[in-house]
Design a protein around this ligand. Structure first.
Ligand SMILES: Cc1ncc(COP(=O)(O)O)c(C=O)c1O
Length: 479
């Protein structure tokens, strides 16, 4: 039975007593003073011991029941919920009240065990043939790495040649001189911002995006302007409004498989953005994080390739990553820069870290040959397409009316668009209490969040994702 000495009720506070009681019980659950399955006092006992009305005690239990923290069990009365995630202890016992603290929670739970991860970046499932080749390559690298000459800042030329072939398959022509290996695309973001953004520059970013990119721009003193997203891509009318009002220096764009929504821009939007870049003289930083992971018969065109065809004067910096194709811990990505900037970037890269991890590059080069990289990526696309189809089928089963989503043509995630009154804070907490980790719009919003949440596929077992979405459906029915 619960002992209640730690309850402190402030009878003159503007916070209703029922909420105070619920809040303190919640703290006890989060800090493990109350554990899963533990019995709670009856409503009558709780009311008597706290000197509050039965109605107040009942209301407090109702709040916690709706949020999934406690439940009624036949013969046991009210108990702490059995389905609590086993990582609650990571949370500070403070209830979230602001967007900032919601974000802290979302971050704190990112790597929690015992939760079904419905959101986040999905990294590739292990492929036995590729793993075997990778293991052998690592052994070979270890044997030969100490005899190799020091690296060229842009990376091993043979690997850059492979990448040249890879991007040619996407209709992109790049000289090997213009391809630079980086320690993850995050490094490319930083390098480009460092070299091309000055304090006070205006940078356009999609209203929802990979937030470290926004933070890199702000860190350079830039003013970041969020550009709204429509269902066809970035809102070109709003982008043009911004261009008319101010001098836009650069647009950070994810035209294919935008993170976090999975949305790919239509051809019309891509053309219109390039036309605006040409007319108003801004450069484009194209982040194709999911570069090779497309499900269409033909690869979707990149802004880089379209610019080469029609808008040769527009500067497009293209970045992509092996994080989504092999593993993020490899820390390998590449950037393709307009030729006129190559020597400047080479010098900056040399000053920054000499070159990108030579061991990682060599291992990739050897595994590329050994494992038939093209065949491997082809298998990966098939696996992800099946995972996507499974996720969409589960979403059709569990998302209630009023919640919309689209079938992504590329990448590892999609987005559920919620009605405008969607309460993301409550939603996040209610899902957590049901053992589901899901990121609402707040986790990706440059300023104001889009109502809704991200669903990823590929890394989570289809049956597990189905269960996660079923629980989310339950929560949405309460919203
Ligand atoms: C859209 C996007 N761009 C870039 C990155 C940086 O990735 P990495 O440095 O692993 O290549 C991420 C990581 O999650 C991302 O989601």
């Amino acid at each position: 039975m619960l002992s209640i000495p730690y309850f402190q009720l402030h009878r003159r506070s503007s916070v209703p007593l029922a909420e105070q009681i619920a809040e303190q019980l919640l703290r006890a659950i989060r800090t493990r003073r109350l554990t899963a399955g533990q019995s709670l006092p009856s409503v009558r006992e709780l009311a008597a011991s706290l000197s509050v009305s039965m109605e107040t005690a009942q209301k407090a239990y109702r709040i916690l029941k709706d949020d999934g923290w406690i439940e009624s069990r036949p013969r046991h009365g009210t108990v702490v919920s059995h389905a609590l995630p086993n990582s609650l202890v990571m949370l500070s016992p403070k209830r979230v009240e602001t967007r900032g603290s919601l974000m802290e929670q979302v971050r704190a739970y990112r790597h929690a065990s015992g939760l079904i991860p419905v959101s986040g970046v999905s990294f590739p499932p292990a492929d036995t043939a590729f793993m075997r080749a990778w293991k052998q390559s690592m052994a070979d690298v270890f044997a030969c790495t100490f005899v190799r000459e020091e690296g060229e800042p842009f990376g091993i030329i043979e690997l850059r040649e492979r990448i040249q072939g890879l991007v040619a398959g996407r209709g992109m022509w790049a000289d090997t001189e213009a391809i630079c290996m980086v320690n993850g695309t995050q490094q490319a973001l930083w390098l480009l911002a460092d070299q091309f953004i000055k304090p006070g520059d205006v940078i356009g970013v999609p209203e929802m995006c990979y937030l470290p990119a926004r933070d890199v721009f702000r860190d350079r003193g830039a003013r970041v302007v969020p550009i709204p997203l429509g269902r066809e891509g970035i809102d070109v009318t709003r982008l043009e409004d911004v261009c008319r009002r101010e001098k836009l220096s650069m647009l950070y764009a994810m035209p294919n498989a935008h993170f976090p929504t999975g949305l790919s821009w239509s051809q019309t939007v891509k053309q219109k953005v390039l036309a605006l870049a040409s007319a108003y003289g801004f450069s484009i930083l194209e982040d194709e994080y999911f570069g090779e992971l497309y499900f269409t018969p033909l690869p979707p065109p990149t802004l880089y390739s379209l610019a080469q065809e029609e808008y040769a004067k527009v500067d497009v910096f293209y970045i992509s990553s092996f994080s989504t194709m092999i593993h993020p811990n490899l820390r390998l990505g590449y950037m393709i820069a307009p030729e006129k900037y190559v020597s400047r970037i080479r010098q900056a890269k040399y000053l920054l870290d000499g070159t990108t991890s030579v061991m990682a590059q060599q291992a990739l080069l050897l595994a590329w040959e050994r494992a038939d990289f093209t065949g491997y990526v082809e298998r990966l696309r098939t696996t992800l397409r099946q995972a996507r189809d499974g996720a969409i089928a589960s979403m059709h089963r569990w998302m209630p009316d009023g919640y919309q989503f689209e079938v992504p043509m590329m990448g590892t995630c999609t987005w559920v668009y919620a009605p405008p009154e969607f309460d993301s804070l409550r939603f996040f907490e209610r899902c957590l209490a049901r053992g589901v980790y899901v990121r609402p719009g707040d986790a990706f919003a440059v300023e104001d969040p889009m109502p809704g949440f991200q669903v990823k596929f590929g890394a989570v077992e289809p049956r597990m994702l189905e269960e996660g979405l079923r629980r989310i459906g339950e929560v949405l029915a309460l919203q």
